[in-house]
Design a protein around this ligand. Structure first.
Ligand SMILES: *[C@@H]1O[C@H](CO)[C@@H](O)[C@H](O)[C@H]1NC(C)=O
Ligand SMILES: *[C@@H]1O[C@H](CO)[C@@H](O)[C@H](O)[C@H]1NC(C)=O
Ligand SMILES: *[C@@H]1O[C@H](CO)[C@@H](O)[C@H](O)[C@H]1NC(C)=O
Ligand SMILES: *[C@@H]1O[C@H](CO)[C@@H](O)[C@H](O)[C@H]1NC(C)=O
Ligand SMILES: *[C@@H]1O[C@H](CO)[C@@H](O)[C@H](O)[C@H]1NC(C)=O
Ligand SMILES: *[C@@H]1O[C@H](CO)[C@@H](O)[C@H](O)[C@H]1NC(C)=O
Ligand SMILES: *[C@@H]1O[C@H](CO)[C@@H](O)[C@H](O)[C@H]1NC(C)=O
Ligand SMILES: *[C@@H]1O[C@H](CO)[C@@H](O)[C@H](O)[C@H]1NC(C)=O
Length: 464
């Protein structure tokens, strides 16, 4: 076979390696340039340059082409032939240009296609869907544009798909969900903007998912929790918003989680504590608030992995300790519950904002002024206590209070646990106010009406 690359200059090392390669050729009976029986061609990791694809174009017998990490040039869409027996094409880290050849779809045996790190542009040709034997497709670090063609969904044997480092956009097509053999998926550093939850449900073998550096601006789909084999999940540098769904706790084998640089908010779900495999987390630069989950990964986290949030608290150097509410009348635990059952039998969970809460407080104070009768005040105090807790928590506190199995006289609860998880994080100043209101509310829940503060007293406390 005539190798046009021999006309080019390359280092002595390359010469040596080429001799070895040529020796191999002689063993497998090298054909002439008009075609023949050349099956394996490998000149990887050299300094070769020139138009290698053009010179291989007519070698239709090729089974494996490995030219990675050289300086080859050429226009892939023009110079790439049709190879009916081609199983492996490895062109990574060269200087190939032009769009991906649609001839690839005419290589029905193709199992591995790696063209990462070139200057390939244009769209991904739908014909790639015809190479149904593909199990590894690496098109990363090129200049590909447009959407992922739906036809990729036909690659039912695909294990590894790397499209990262391009300019791909739009939604990740539903059809990708049918790639049930997928183990490794890297879509990072593109411009994808939407992930359809149905995409996720079938990737039961997926252990690596990288969606970082895109434009996803939705909530994290709860279906992510179904990817139970995941060991690394990177959602960083997007616009994911709302809360982290508690379904994430189903990812028991997840080791590495990066959700930094998003617009996630609310508190971190307790479900993190069930993720026993987790060893490395990064939740920095979001809007998270509330306590850090009690797990080794969080205790071990550096402050860099937690910083830039709204109000995280916990026993970790660099974070403020969590605010707590102290309940001082714990002797009559049973009494509270009975009292609540009597005073407030039917109360559905209501989502009332802090604004409404404060309005009601004002209302109560006003009402109080109209009333002189001592007993009624006491009752109002009890009612007030339940109502405050219900408003803060977003649901009736009965369930919450009955969850206390043992109560020491001075029970300490994290403020966070008493607040409606759906509301935005309160500021530090508001937190202090909430704590004092809540402590009053708890004292109003005393089983013995005489031990409850009167509304007059409550109103004095609150107007401080
Ligand atoms: C490939 O074969 C065609 C004829 O089949 C011929 O015209 C062309 O010159 C060949 N190309 C190379 C690079 O040898
Ligand atoms: C590569 O070839 C295609 C098809 O002939 C052409 O449209 C494109 O402009 C070429 N690209 C480069 C960089 O030469
Ligand atoms: C290859 O794919 C294209 C587009 O997806 C399709 O139109 C064509 O029929 C396919 N060819 C073969 C031989 O399967
Ligand atoms: C995800 O991809 C980015 C590149 O876009 C890379 O920097 C990061 O390390 C990857 N994350 C993981 C967990 O491998
Ligand atoms: C998480 O992702 C961000 C941005 O992509 C990166 O800067 C950071 O190093 C990653 N954290 C870890 C622990 O890998
Ligand atoms: C983050 O989300 C909030 C609503 O949850 C929205 O008001 C805000 O604009 C978002 N921030 C960015 C930078 O998109
Ligand atoms: C905690 O961090 C140290 C180093 O930062 C690491 O060697 C160790 O494995 C980590 N432990 C866990 C349980 O993640
Ligand atoms: C805080 O953590 C340290 C060890 O990291 C532990 O000794 C201490 O008891 C913890 N304090 C509280 C209040 O949990």
């Amino acid at each position: 076979m005539a190798l046009p690359i021999l006309n080019k200059t390359f280092s002595p090392v390359s010469w040596f390696l080429l001799l070895i390669v040529l020796q191999q050729f002689s063993q497998i009976n090298v054909a002439s340039s008009s075609g023949g029986s050349l099956e394996y061609f490998s000149v990887r990791d050299n300094h070769f340059e020139g138009q290698i694809l053009k010179s291989l174009r007519n070698c239709t017998s090729l089974v494996r082409i490995r030219v990675e990490r050289n300086q080859f040039i050429g226009n892939m869409s023009e110079d790439f032939g049709i190879y009916p027996s081609l199983k492996l094409l490895h062109l990574c880290s060269n200087k190939f240009q032009g769009p991906i050849s649609s001839n690839l779809g005419k290589c029905p045996q193709l199992g591995t296609l790696k063209i990462a790190g070139n200057d390939i542009d244009g769209m991904i040709p739908p014909e790639i869907g015809n190479s149904t034997q593909l199990h590894e497709l690496d098109l990363s670090s090129n200049h590909l544009i447009g959407e992922i063609p739906l036809e990729l969904g036909k690659l039912s044997s695909l294990n590894r798909l790397m499209l990262n480092g391009n300019k791909l956009s739009g939604l990740v097509p539903l059809e990708l969900g049918s790639l049930t053999e997928l183990e490794y998926l890297d879509l990072s550093e593109n411009r994808f903007s939407k992930l359809v939850p149905e995409n996720l449900g079938h990737w039961l073998k997926l252990h690596y998912l990288n969606l970082s550096n895109n434009e996803f601006s939705q909530g994290i789909p709860v279906e992510l929790g179904d990817l139970v084999q995941l060991s690394a999940l990177d959602l960083s540098r997007n616009m994911f918003r709302e809360e982290v769904p508690s379904q994430i706790g189903k990812l028991e084998t997840l080791e590495k989680l990066n959700i930094s640089h998003n617009n996630l908010s609310g508190s971190l779900p307790r479900a993190f504590e069930e993720m026993h495999g987790l060893s490395c987390i990064d939740i920095s630069h979001n809007e998270f608030c509330g306590p850090i989950p009690n797990s080794q990964a969080f205790r071990n986290a550096s402050i860099e992995a937690l910083q830039g949030n709204k109000g995280l608290c916990g026993n970790i150097s660099g974070l403020q300790p969590c605010k707590t509410v102290t309940i001082t009348s714990g002797k009559h635990r049973k009494g509270w519950i009975i009292f609540i059952e009597v005073v407030f039998p039917v109360a559905g969970a209501v989502a009332i904002s802090m604004v409404v809460a404060l309005r009601i407080l004002v209302l109560f104070r006003k009402r109080k002024r109209d009333s002189d009768e001592q007993q009624r005040s006491a009752n109002n105090g009890g009612f007030f206590g339940v109502l405050v807790l219900e408003i803060f928590k977003g649901k009736h506190p009965k369930e919450f209070l009955s969850s206390f199995s043992t109560l020491s006289p001075n029970r300490i609860i994290e403020l966070h646990d008493m607040l409606d998880q759906r509301l935005p994080c309160p500021s530090l100043e508001i937190k202090d106010k909430l704590i004092s209101i809540m402590e009053v509310a708890f004292s109003c829940l005393h089983v013995n009406p005489e031990s409850r503060p009167t509304m007059q007293y409550v109103s004095q406390l609150l107007s401080k």
